[in-house]
Design a protein around this ligand. Structure first.
Ligand code: FMN
Length: 213
């Protein structure tokens, strides 16, 4: 594992308090999935992308195994990804219609900034189990989505059966212990067709441990 610059604890510089909490909360609550077909150029510029990718590094990471990495898909690799999507569909369903194959391929061209999220089930301390690795990956991804939201970009996660296909694994050079979890798409929101999203409230998902007398 390689470790880069040490991160300083700059909580003091943050001026913690209600105002900061409200800003963070506003970013969290304004994040909505914007489907990749509604994300257009411009995507984040190089400095913004660096900042967004850097947000992943703040994720909790038990044992510092850094079980995640991200593989950017530049424009000149989209055709290869399209082929992998089409081939994956035909691998699953040899009777897929040509228009279904085209539909699968088209997904490779959506959104100006596209990357694959990869989790590693084997790296580092074997005592850090898969669930912990997935949680760390989810935290890293959410950090990135929130920073992208704060910068004004729309975002989406997309998954699908193609992620498990041999062709896609080969294309992205995934190692034995590596798995493609989902794609992250980032871009400028073209249109929003958002129905109000009912969010659960803490009473729906919180209980208090009650000890028997
Ligand atoms: C790992 C992961 C994969 C996802 N894959 C898809 C997907 O393939 N297609 C899709 O429409 N949404 C996908 N989503 C997004 C969820 O559908 C979305 O977060 C959910 O509907 C809630 O909407 P919100 O993000 O606006 O709160 C994925 C979410 C996660 C966490």
């Amino acid at each position: 594992m390689s470790l880069g610059e040490p991160q300083t604890d700059d909580t003091e510089a943050l001026q913690p308090g209600q105002a900061l909490a409200e800003s963070v909360s506003a970013v969290m609550h304004s994040r909505r999935t914007i489907l990749p077909k509604r994300l257009a150029a411009p995507g984040p510029d190089a400095a913004q992308l660096h900042q967004i990718l850097g947000a992943a590094a703040s994720a909790p990471d038990h044992g510092q195994v850094r079980p995640w990495r991200f593989i950017l898909v530049p424009n000149d690799a989209r055709a290869a990804l399209a082929r992998a999507f089409g081939d994956a569909l035909l691998e699953r369903d040899p009777l897929a219609l040509p228009e279904q194959v085209v539909q699968a391929q088209e997904k490779a061209y959506r959104s100006p900034c596209l990357m694959l999220v990869v989790v590693n089930t084997d790296c580092g301390d074997p005592g850090i189990d898969l669930a912990e690795r997935h949680i760390s990956t989810g935290c890293a991804v959410q950090n990135m989505l929130l920073l992208a939201t704060a910068l004004g970009y729309g975002s989406a996660l997309t998954s699908g059966k193609a992620l498990k296909s041999n062709g896609l694994r080969r294309l992205f050079g995934l190692g034995e212990g590596e798995h493609g979890l989902c794609f992250i798409s980032l871009g400028t929101v073209q249109s929003r067709k958002l129905s109000p999203r009912l969010r659960p409230v803490p009473a729906d998902y919180v209980s208090t441990l009650a000890l028997n007398p």
